[in-house]
Write a protein that binds this ligand. Structure first.
Ligand code: NDP
Length: 252
């Protein structure tokens, strides 16, 4: 049921953090994994890590907020692999400033990286998923898809948008056998949250105290949900947003 042998999975931002955690899971389940990100050195190291676990993987350079780069990315994937079955829209960024301090360029930087990228990549993936007889799109939201964030308004807006884009694409493409779901990670120890952990006194401890399972998440905690949503096990699930947060979002 969870077997992904013969499937091709593209993970944007798969060269580190949550993307690499998901890529490892998908590859372990048998998928051929393509990593798309900008930093070639990090991507090469990620491919090495996937090959070290015996998986089939390669990396392509892409800026997922750039339409031409996304077009070229999907052309290369299909040229090299002959098909595409799974897209994980994971690439993301954050700028920690309240609204009154946020420049328009910073707003666009976050919205384009987190939300426009998911639109561009999903639109580019659609004909290939359809041609494969169906497929899976997994969009990475956040707890900020549910809550606002006074310290990260563009991030929260982009992640709220991810959930609505997920529902819209799920409704449109169900007829094509394509399921589209979102994953809402809680606090995960990655480069993205390194800055917040360094800048915000007591953040690490506060997250631990509020999270029912009593710890921060690790990228590997996202591997299981990626395999589930990429596999036949989730064929009757579409348009949902699933928290993977150790219970953070249900704690008072
Ligand atoms: P990291 O900073 O560790 O990884 C971000 C990834 O995105 C990198 O691989 C980076 O690669 C890639 N990326 C960023 N911009 C672009 C771009 N323009 N084009 C292509 N790739 C890009 O972050 P996380 O692993 O923590 O985050 C992954 C996702 O999970 C994000 O969407 C984030 O919002 C979300 N998330 C994270 C949480 C956490 O607590 N860590 C909580 C909730 C959600 P490169 O720089 O080489 O391009």
């Amino acid at each position: 049921m969870f077997d992904l042998a013969g499937r091709v999975a593209l993970v944007t931002g798969g060269n580190g953090g949550i993307g690499l955690g998901m890529a490892k899971g998908l590859a372990q389940a048998g998928a051929r994994v393509v990593i798309a990100a900008r930093n070639a050195e990090k991507s090469a190291a990620a491919v090495d890590a996937l090959k070290a676990q015996g998986s089939d993987a390669f990396a392509l350079a892409a800026d997922v907020k750039d339409e031409a780069s996304v077009t070229a990315l999907f052309a290369q994937v299909v040229e090299r692999c002959g098909r595409l079955d799974i897209l994980v829209n994971n690439a993301g960024t954050n700028i920690r400033k309240p609204v009154e301090q946020l420049a328009l360029a910073e707003w666009h930087q976050v919205m384009d990286t987190n939300l426009t990228s998911a639109f561009l990549c999903s639109r580019a993936a659609y004909p290939h998923l359809k041609a494969a007889g169906g497929g899976k799109i997994i969009n990475i939201g956040s707890m900020m898809s549910i809550f606002g964030a006074s310290f990260a308004p563009a991030y929260a807006a982009s992640k709220g948008g991810i959930v609505q884009l997920t529902k819209s694409m799920a409704a449109s493409w169900a007829v094509d056998g394509i399921q589209v779901n979102a994953v809402l990670p809680g606090w995960i120890e990655t480069e993205l949250t390194e800055g917040a952990r360094a800048q915000v006194a007591g953040l690490y401890e506060r997250v631990v105290a509020r999270t029912p399972v009593g710890k921060w998440g690790q990228p590997e905690h996202l591997a299981g949900i990626a395999v589930f949503l990429a596999s036949a096990a989730s064929d009757f699930i579409t348009g949902t947003a699933i928290p993977v947060d150790g219970g953070y979002s249900i704690a008072g």
